[in-house]
Design a protein. Structure first.
Length: 200
């Protein structure tokens, strides 16, 4: 007896996949904040403490998942969701490269340059990394779609660029500046990789 072959599973729609990825990541951030508020754990103490071994690791990895309060996380949630979904729709592999690069470069910048005995937490370095990545894609990918997205990001979030300047002692310009530079570096690396594959 011959049975019909099982239908191949359909791949998830790109928009649904992007929303799922960023919905899960943002839900994780809020779950960590809720745990920090409910439990007597003081999770924010695992953030980046400059020029200390614990501040280097796990500090650099942990800091983007930790926030001082709900207002702090809420300020990061919308730009993370918007720019994260746009990145995922354009190029998921590039998005993960931008996230990893921004996280590490931003964290190292904070670790090296922030005032001693401070603790830095928050995902704003990653926000600036995605911002820099999308802007640089518009310049280096040589595609009209990426250029138009970069232009739209400038129109919507262009004022973010002032965050790389030391305007407030309670806002980490170091995280913003180095996250932004990390995002640009990721875009350059992704563009070069794509061109190398196309020429091969």
């Amino acid at each position: 007896m011959t049975l019909p072959a099982a239908p191949e599973p359909r791949a998830a729609h790109p928009v649904r996949r992007a929303l799922t990825i960023w919905g899960a990541l943002i839900a994780l951030l809020w779950a960590v904040l809720a745990a920090d508020l409910v439990l007597p754990a003081h999770l924010t103490m695992w953030g980046i403490t400059p020029r200390t071994l614990d501040g280097l690791f796990p500090g650099i990895v942990a800091a983007p998942f930790l926030h001082a309060d709900a207002a702090h996380l809420a300020a990061n949630t919308v730009p993370l969701a918007v720019m994260g979904v746009v990145c995922a729709l354009r190029d998921r592999a590039g998005m993960w490269a931008a996230l990893a690069t921004a996280l590490v470069v931003s964290g190292l910048g904070v670790w090296l340059l922030s005032p001693a005995h401070s603790v830095t937490v928050g995902a704003s370095g990653v926000v600036f990394g995605l911002f820099g990545y999308l802007l640089a894609r518009g310049l280096f990918m040589r595609r009209i779609g990426d250029f138009l997205i970069a232009l739209l990001i400038v129109l919507v979030y262009g004022s973010l660029i002032w965050g790389v300047l030391p305007t407030s002692p309670y806002i980490s310009w170091q995280a913003h500046l180095f996250g932004f530079l990390g995002g640009i570096a990721a875009a350059i690396a992704v563009a070069r990789s794509r061109r190398a594959k196309a020429a091969a």
